[in-house]
Write a protein that binds this ligand. Structure first.
Ligand SMILES: CC(C)(COP(=O)(O)OP(=O)(O)OC[C@H]1O[C@@H](n2cnc3c(N)ncnc32)[C@H](O)[C@@H]1OP(=O)(O)O)[C@@H](O)C(=O)NCCC(=O)NCCS
Length: 229
């Protein structure tokens, strides 16, 4: 059974990221994962899925001292994956996101969290998307940036919203316009009870993690899939 106390107190969010192009055929996936992976016909998407599952399995196998392929991951009715940890006493939650070749997984103990990442595409008509999916407050926040910094600022807001939608699941069934809390508020822990932080991977990507805690430490590390485990 898992038993660990964080002597430094407060919430801890651990973030692992990897390049899905590094994924090889000998990763420690379960038979179920491999079967699911085969349903993705588009190979880059399959690699994203395989990489996400590998990161989750690595993390929990290190915490539990079990073989990664023996852990069981299920998916709830909304599509959110979770660890079937009955009897293991494992109080962790996790969230997965991917874009392009980068895959990110965030983990926290007993607190809700969500993560999202996007590759910054300079040619993307982000303003059109912003008008369709962001609240008036969020659009005003964007317009306060200098024109050269707006695209990146858009991705920050977008990933914060997506991360929050994953954490709460409410955003997933609601239209964006009906969201009660905008990502702008989420950045202020004293207002909403949530904390957000940037997820730093490659410079051409913008990522955000949100956790339901007013204070939280964030630890990020890159995993190399070519190494064993
Ligand atoms: C479900 C949703 C969050 C997935 O996002 P996406 O951009 O398509 O893909 P991402 O790479 O960010 O995340 C995919 C991962 O999210 C996880 N996921 C899927 N459904 C999920 C859910 N309901 N809740 C939490 N996580 C979910 C999965 O692990 C998936 O990866 P996998 O299939 O490889 O295991 C998204 O489609 C959605 O519905 N968003 C809410 C809409 C919204 O309110 N947006 C606000 C933005 S302004």
């Amino acid at each position: 059974m898992y038993d660990e106390s964080d002597s430094r107190g407060g919430a801890l969010c651990e973030i692992l990221w990897a390049d899905s192009q590094e994924f090889g055929s000998k990763q420690s996936l379960s038979a179920e994962d491999q079967e699911l992976a085969r349903t993705f016909l588009f190979q880059p998407r399959r690699r994203q899925f395989e990489t996400g599952r590998t990161l989750v399995r690595r993390f929990f196998s290190q915490k539990l001292g079990l073989s990664p392929e023996n852990l069981r991951i299920a998916v709830d009715a909304t599509g959110k994956p979770f660890l079937l940890a009955e009897g293991l006493g494992l109080p962790y939650q996790f969230s997965i996101a991917h874009s392009g070749r980068i895959v990110v997984c965030a983990f926290s103990k007993d607190i809700r969290l969500g993560v999202d990442i996007e590759r910054v595409r300079r040619s993307y008509d982000w303003l059109r998307t912003a008008c369709a999916v962001l609240t008036a407050d969020e659009i005003n926040t964007l317009l306060a940036y200098s024109p050269s910094r707006r695209a990146r600022a858009f991705y920050k807001l977008w990933t914060k919203n997506e991360a929050l939608a994953k954490a709460t699941r409410t955003g997933i069934s609601q239209t964006v316009r009906s969201r009660r809390k905008s990502a702008v508020e989420v950045g202020k822990p004293d207002v909403s009870g949530w904390t957000s932080a940037p997820v730093k991977t490659r410079s051409s990507y913008v990522g955000t993690v949100v956790v339901e805690s007013v204070t939280c430490r964030f630890e990020t590390r890159q995993e190399h899939l070519t190494s064993n485990t």
